[in-house]
Write a protein that binds this ligand. Sequence first.
Ligand code: WQD
Length: 319
Amino acid sequence: MSVLVTGGAGYIGSHVVRLLHQRSESVIVVDKLSSGIKGRIDSAPLIDIDIAAPGATQILVEAMLKHNVTSVIHFAAAKQVGVSVEQPEFYFEQNVGGMTNLLQAMREAKVDRLVFSSSAATYGMPEVGSVTEDLDCKPINPYGQTKLIGEWMTANAARAWGLRAANLRYFNVAGAGWPDLADTATMNLVPIVFAAIKAGKSPVVFGDDYDTPDGSCVRDYVHVLDLAEAHLAALDYLERDHRENSVFNVGSGEGSSVFEVLEEIRLVSGIDFAIDIQKRRAGDPPKLCADVSRIEATLGWKAKQNMHSIIESAWAAAK
Ligand code: WQD
């Protein structure tokens, strides 16, 4: 029996691969290494293909049969919100096309358990600051749309051929479970700020005039190791005969503002950097935090880390 992890050489995927290895599971990684790093996956065999490419389905079927795959964790996707607005066709080809090939392969290879990396971006700009999974999803960018469509696709597969799926809607992931698994991309607040202060520059804050306690945006930050644990809890959940839910928010349930994150970075790094406040960034909701009561009640998962341990682990890895 083994677990196939698409995008397993990525920042989040590699944390899940390492936890699976720690509990002696056999893992196969599929990753085209466009941003993934082979050194992150330890001893796992790597199939370095683009799952959205023509012919990928048959390669996936053969890999699933050869390695006796019984479940899949699907991370591989394009994930930059801003880029998705400029290149919507590429995002649909990669994220929806990749999911299509993966589900076709799973159906043919009779692999019926899937944990899907979805996103809080499916919510768009909700009216409420703390969202439950029942909220009507209105994604405001192609990236969020592709993640919501991915959830629809797993629901269709469940009805059509009995797929057992857990769709995890990630909030803001940061930190490092191990220094060698740091987030090396500078696409999100924490790594962007680290890159700026290490270069002696002032980090940029996109707007301080929001209707929030300190004027900066509030988000729900979750440690990547906590997030990885949620994937293992979801895999175990799929073994149960009765599964009342398939969509789960994964967050801390706590909100932190941009200024609060920057203050934690000052404390941990010891660098008293200045801030460059610029105008708001399009598409940013003032507050977006997870109501995490469902995942706690159904999977028994709760975030253990806090903002200090998130920033401390990220900074130790970045150095
Ligand atoms: C966080 C806050 C920015 C950079 C994204 C994706 C979402 C999910 C989580 C995958 C915002 C502010 C940022 C900077 C800043 N990812 N900021 N200066 O936009 O909340 O969500 O990551 O599923 O899909 O959209 O994350 O890290 O870009 O921004 O002030 O240099 O930090 O305005 O308020 P975001 P982010």
